[in-house]
Design a protein around this ligand. Structure first.
Ligand code: ADP
Ligand code: MG
Length: 399
């Protein structure tokens, strides 16, 4: 993938406008999870080492174009400064004199956090005038917010066309790994798609069948596929109205020579509750009063067999109701198998999705995967094969 990288930039004395994702979860006025702050540190430190003056652009929450004091980024100055081990100043606006003055006051390597970009209505409208006012503050632009790259906003897209644009370190890692998984992967590629509903992942499944060699379908969405093939699903979560859609996806897979793995057995219970009595059942033998809550042992065995065949794995969506034990078993076993193979260098394993990340953490193997994307919506749109405006703008800016 071609885009400008930070390693190649001569940033000494230059003003770098760095778009980060600081849309962190807060509880009682404090940051409850600082993952996103830490994710920006490699980029900030790289630019510090190069002697740049660093101005951070970010949005927080949904102020809808108005100044909402509770959505000020000022709250993040202290935790960011603490993590960085260096002072961070703050500017009351992301454009105009407050921002320009704060940036002018920076020494080389200095860092200022600019106020919430979404305090301006033009941000979400990708208003060219707002982008121009931002561009006036800097000599170069760095986008390190892959998780905001599916939105064409002034600070994520418009601005990239007005200054030399670079991918930050986190963005670079994300793009390189995603490219390794679907762009130009080592084959065969196995995709595992699970989760709750087919309806939220129709585009994703339709795109994957054209790109991967094997597609394993799990989670409650597999119930819809089983139902579409005339199998009994009892009281399981199942989108009966999508049976035709499911058959269409299977036909598209067939046409594209994508081998689909559906469950051959399941874990069924009479109640959706922790430690409810359950049994492994072949897919022909689910009772009318039962719910399918996890993939069965034969299915997991087949899935691990597919991992042994594959050189690349891309995973979104848990295989069962993993938050409710013991229905985490298939997800945990498959995750451990993938993690072990990735760690041994036998498999490139990339995963993403809110609940998928939680499931891999639950299995204790997230750090064994080649890459785990925490980008949520942007990751899913990328899996759907869509162009991400923030990424496209970086590519357009490449020499
Ligand atoms: P992600 O956030 O990783 O994209 P999804 O949101 O699509 O994943 O799906 C995750 C949810 O699917 C989890 O809450 C999980 O409990 C649920 N799920 C998976 N399998 C089943 C099942 N058999 N029955 C009910 N819920 C399920
Ligand atoms: Mg989810």
């Amino acid at each position: 993938m071609s885009f400008r990288r930070l390693d190649d930039v001569d940033a000494k004395g230059k003003r770098a406008l760095v778009r980060v994702d600081f849309n962190v979860p807060m509880a009682d006025g404090a940051v409850s999870d600082d993952t996103r702050l830490r994710a920006a540190l490699p980029t900030i430190r790289t630019l510090q080492a190069k002697g740049a003056k660093i101005a951070l652009l970010a949005h927080f929450d949904r102020p809808k174009g108005k100044r909402v004091p509770e959505m000020s980024l000022r709250l993040l100055v202290a935790p960011l400064s603490h993590l960085l081990g260096a002072p961070v100043s703050f500017a009351d606006d992301c454009i105009g004199a407050p921002a320009a003055d704060a940036i002018a006051a920076l020494a080389q390597g200095g860092v200022v956090l600019l106020e919430n970009t979404r305090f301006h209505a033009g941000e979400e409208k990708n208003d060219p005038d707002l982008a121009k006012q931002m561009a006036a503050l800097g000599d170069l632009y760095v986008n390190d917010a892959f998780s905001a790259a599916h939105r064409a906003h002034a600070s994520t897209e418009g601005l990239a066309h007005l200054l030399p644009a670079y991918a930050g370190k986190a963005m670079e890692a994300e793009l390189d790994h995603l490219d390794r998984a679907l762009g130009a992967p080592k084959r065969p590629v196995l995709a595992i798609v699970g989760g709750a509903k087919v309806s939220t992942k129709i585009e994703l499944l339709s795109n994957l069948v054209t790109k991967v060699d094997m597609l394993a379908i799990g989670g409650a969405m597999a119930n819809t596929f089983l139902f579409a093939q005339g199998k009994p699903v009892g009281k399981s979560l199942c989108e009966r109205d999508l049976a035709e859609t499911a058959r269409g996806i299977l036909a598209a897979a067939d046409k594209a020579n994508c081998h689909v793995l559906l469950p051959v057995d399941v874990i069924a219970a009479r109640a959706f509750a922790a430690h409810a009595p359950s049994r492994a059942a072949p897919i022909d033998a689910v009772g009318e009063d039962e719910l399918i809550l996890d993939a069965g042992p034969e299915t997991v065995r087949a899935l691990i067999g597919a991992m042994d065949e594959a050189k690349t794995l891309i995973w979104n969506g848990p295989l069962g109701a993993f938050e409710t034990p013991p229905f985490d078993r298939a997800t945990v076993e498959a995750a451990r198998a993938a993690g072990a193979r990735a760690k041994a260098g036998a498999l490139i394993a990339v995963a993403g999705g809110g609940d998928t990340v939680a499931a891999l953490n639950h299995a204790g193997v997230a750090d064994q995967f080649t890459f785990v994307s925490t980008a949520g919506g942007a990751f899913l749109e990328w899996m759907e094969g869509k162009d991400l405006p923030g990424v496209a703008a970086l590519q357009a800016s490449a020499p």
